[in-house]
Design a protein around this ligand. Structure first.
Ligand SMILES: *Cc1c(COP(=O)(O)O)cnc(C)c1O
Length: 383
């Protein structure tokens, strides 16, 4: 079986370093925040070229605190893409604000910057572009719109550790920017984890207060906050793994290039904008994609997934139901047809196995299985 991700293979490659780091935390008994977390915060801020990094206990918590720290709450609206992981919108809601959805761009899968302005009202406080699948959203138009309407930009970089936009690392470019260190992310902890990254000292101070019961000094609580603290073991593991991140991202890029080589005969990606049997992911000119996910598209998605499962290839769907059609947001009153690009993608996307330790032979076997399906199904679907 070819797994979708293989965290055990990664652990075997870094076992000694990681075991030492975890033992250090256990011996020092600094289980919550502490030196290892501080060291990671400093290292990650430096990696991104940002002034501050505040570790929290999930990417969802990071987004919630970023929204609050940017001043959005009850009665306010925050713009989010309709096709992202549920948590992007959910964290807006748990911060007390209302998510307002914008459709996706069909090529980049990220927020369609031409549709943002129509979603802005006098209640809008922030825009959250999501660097979906590891490729940057087109940030410059977002910044331009945000500046014109006096809005904060909050990057959701949960899938984009080390990804570039016009040569600059994403997740350090908005006012408050969010990372997840969920184990399967490109930079993953050994448990839950997340961070808010910012150049704004006041945003950093507010997030630091909010993550720890509104307190900077023990038993003095300046505001009502949360327990969203990052654990010492996660800081220690992340610090070890950060040193490998660029190398791992390079491997992902190489695997993506190999997939493209082996599958491009099926994609017929001639640049004429015509719908093809199998659409491969494309790296946009402004971006350096780090392929958190390798997402292909086809009208025959469900059949292709079934075929691959039978052939021993694990796949994923990111994501099968766009957020505006989730039961949890029924109260917003959206209907099928409101965000047609996001809806079409939800029906067509399929994520192939992608992780740094994927072998050349595994990639060939995946591609072979896709080609076998294409021979029997996709050519018929083409007409
Ligand atoms: C993973 C993810 C999150 C949430 O992060 P958690 O650490 O799981 O809470 C938010 N947004 C996106 C785009 C994600 O992929």
């Amino acid at each position: 079986m070819i797994p979708f991700v293989d965290l055990q293979a990664q652990y075997r490659a870094i076992k000694r370093e990681v075991d030492e780091a975890i033992a250090r935390v256990v011996e020092s008994a600094a289980f919550i925040l502490g030196r290892e977390v501080e060291a990671f915060e400093a290292a990650f801020a430096e990696y991104l070229g940002a002034k501050f990094c505040v570790g929290v206990n999930s990417g969802t918590a990071a987004i919630q605190l970023a929204v609050t720290a940017c001043g959005a709450g009850a009665g306010d609206e925050v713009i989010v893409p309709a096709n992202t992981f549920f948590a992007t919108a959910e964290a807006v809601s748990t911060a007390g604000a209302t998510p307002v959805f914008v459709d996706a761009d069909p090529v980049s899968h990220t927020i369609d910057v031409n549709k943002i302005e129509a979603a802005i009202t006098e209640r809008t406080r922030a825009i959250i572009p999501v660097h979906l699948y590891g490729q940057a959203a087109d940030l410059d138009p977002v910044f331009e719109i945000a500046a014109r309407h006096n809005l904060s930009v909050i990057e959701d970089a949960a899938q984009a550790h080390g990804s570039l936009y016009k040569g600059r690392r994403v997740g350090a470019l908005g006012r408050a920017n969010c990372f997840s260190f969920y184990p399967g992310k490109n930079l993953g902890a050994y448990g839950e984890g997340g961070a808010v990254v910012t150049d704004d000292a006041e945003v950093a101070r507010r997030v630091r207060l909010l993550r720890d019961h509104g307190s900077e000094r023990k038993y003095q609580h300046d505001i009502i906050g949360y327990n969203f603290r990052l654990e010492g073991i996660q800081g220690a593991v992340l610090n070890v793994k950060l040193k490998h991140l660029d190398g791992w991202n390079e491997l992902r890029r190489a695997h993506a290039a190999r997939y493209r080589e082996l599958l491009s005969g099926l994609s017929g990606d001639g640049g004429d904008g015509e719908a093809r049997a199998l659409t491969l992911p494309r790296e946009l000119p402004y971006a350096r994609h780090i392929y958190h996910l390798y997402v292909v598209q086809t009208d025959e998605r469900d059949a292709l997934q079934k075929h691959l499962t039978a052939a021993g290839v694990q796949t994923g769907i990111h994501y099968p139901v766009p957020i505006h059609l989730q039961p949890a947001y029924a109260s917003l009153g959206h209907r099928a047809g409101d965000f047609p690009v996001a809806e079409r993608e939800a029906a067509r996307v399929l994520s192939l196995p992608m992780f740094p330790e994927l072998t050349g032979e595994q990639i060939e076997r995946v591609a072979e299985a896709v080609r076998a399906f294409a021979g029997s199904q996709l050519s018929a679907a083409r007409v």
